[in-house]
Design a protein around this ligand. Sequence first.
Ligand SMILES: *Cc1c(COP(=O)(O)O)cnc(C)c1O
Length: 448
Amino acid sequence: MKTIIEPFRIKVVEPLKMTTRAEREAALHRAGLNVFLVPAEDVLIDLLTDSGTGAMSSEQWAGIMRGDESYAGARSYYRFEDRLREVTGFEHVIPTHQGRASERILFELIGGPDKTIPNNNHFDTTRANIEHSGARAVDLVIDEGRDPKSRHPFKGNIDLDKLEALFKEVGAEHIPCVMVTVTNNSGGGQPVSLENLHAVRKFCDRHGTPFFLDACRFAENAYFIKQREPGQGHRSVAAIVREMFDLADGATISAKKDGLVNIGGVLLLRDEALYGAAQNLLILTEGFPTYGGLAGRDLEAMAQGFEEVLHEDYLHYRIRSTAYLGEKLLAQGIQIVEPPGGHAIYIDAAEFCPHIPKAQFPGQALVCALYLHGGIRGVEIGSVMFGEHAKMELVRLAIPRRVYTQSQIDYVIEAIGEVHARRDRIRGLRITAEPPVLRHFTARFAEV
Ligand SMILES: *Cc1c(COP(=O)(O)O)cnc(C)c1O
């Protein structure tokens, strides 16, 4: 059957507030044409991010009640540790309040001045934590990963030739680890193949360099491997996940993605000495090693989430419904980053609004138009976010996990189609106020 039904039924509902166009105009005006400053209540379909925005299951909510809030040695911690050991095979499991806390601890230990850390594409918090330690963050994704129209099945792969060249340039002694992000969030949510991960492992063995995964979307990546990689179709996602983690010396995870929770993170390590040092830093800023800045109930919800995310009917629904949105937009003549990624669809705003020059922020203009027309909130990933360094003008529509139904996604498709039909009316923007760093969060705009 062609229809992808949601593999769950709804037990609790959260009403959405319907707004009129006049109300949205007023809200957007108050926000200085920046949807980050629009109250979430005034948004109908919120596709700003898939991070921490998912819906928990009845078993996760039951776990919230069962949470053991003991300071040390809580039952919920052991459930969490057992689950992570079972899913990833890692012996040393450190809970943190979210992914960036794992990154901060890791890079305080292995980063520092004269160090360089390669990745397919560093996520922004990963890059920021590396740079904060004094080290340099380098992106080495394959060329296809930078071409929006390339249909390469694994556009998240890291380029081994570029990696070799980097090792020659700076020397292995200055590279404390090679990282690979699965799926590649900053590169359109594109997957990395098992073959590529094996090649990185071999490369790292040759140089005596540790290999770390940024594993926020490990289950979505494994599902793509099962679907697309020759010889993998018959395996369980759980077996593929285990093979991915078996190749690595450590991993940072934001549980707000494939952990299916609203808050939480994990740091996984093999090295005994590094584990001890990480625990000491954890105690300094996060908490005792058996709660790591979280409540016992959060650990309980994570223990359950890391199990549910491996259900293949869930993953099928997840990946297919993201692809559904992407394919319907393409069918309406709207260019997206192809093929659709795991957690989000990226609209090519430069193609959508060819009449708006880069200097007038076509992505931001499109984000405003989608909000005004349909109450849909996406996010600009282009010249507002990256300034002169922007390679593309994109609008990302990230899909929260288990939150919106197909009819709500059909509404999004229809609304974007209507905006597209009258796209010549969208006007370029100029910035009227901006902060010195990370301006996309708080800048204000006016129409040109
Ligand atoms: C979200 C994310 C992070 C950071 O995690 P937080 O929980 O937001 O701190 C790191 N890497 C990737 C790839 C992510 O998607």
